[in-house]
Design a protein around this ligand. Structure first.
Ligand code: ZN
Length: 168
């Protein structure tokens, strides 16, 4: 037995509009704005979903859940990530670890980081110490800094055991 590894990258942005908070990594964040989107607009879970799918070369979240399909309106992003994980696991991959960055001027994400890590770990069926969450502001410049949007980036590593015979 030998291991095959793949990395995947995810990125997503959602606009901030007036509202009463939003979901980030499956955790409810209280705020004076909300994130706009076709689904529940969980920008971090969308990012992680794309990273996981990308590592296995299985396309992206839009391929699995087109935003032109009314059934995806208000869809639970945790459920989308679970579906993506099932596809990835079906092709023999397991998640080794991931690292994520949340770009938000406000609110402060720090107090939620541990909860978010635990929720993402639970969704991916891995230990919380395999999930890194970092938060950055936009330094008051650009769409992040002007509080017009929240963006995320994530990188994930997948592992698959391969039979040595496959090398021949
Ligand atoms: Zn999104």
């Amino acid at each position: 037995m030998e291991n095959d590894y793949r990395v995947g990258l995810g990125h997503d942005t959602h606009r901030l509009v007036p509202g009463t908070g939003f979901l980030l990594g499956g955790i409810a964040i209280s705020h004076d704005r909300t994130l706009y989107g076709h689904s529940d607009a969980d920008v971090l879970l969308h990012t992680v979903t794309d990273a996981v799918l990308g590592a296995a070369a299985l396309g992206d979240i839009g391929d699995l859940f087109p935003d032109t399909d009314p059934v995806n309106r208000g869809r639970d992003s945790a459920q989308m990530l679970r579906t993506a994980l099932e596809e990835v696991v079906r092709t023999g991959w397991t998640v080794v670890n991931l690292d994520c960055i949340v770009f938000a001027q406000r609110p402060k994400i720090g107090p939620y980081k541990d909860q978010i890590r635990r929720r993402i770990a639970e969704l991916l069926e891995i230990a919380p110490d395999r999930v890194g969450i970092k938060a950055k502001t936009g330094e008051h410049v650009g769409p992040i800094g002007r509080e017009e949007a929240v963006s995320c980036e994530a990188i994930v590593l997948l592992k698959r055991e391969i039979m040595l015979a496959e090398h021949r």
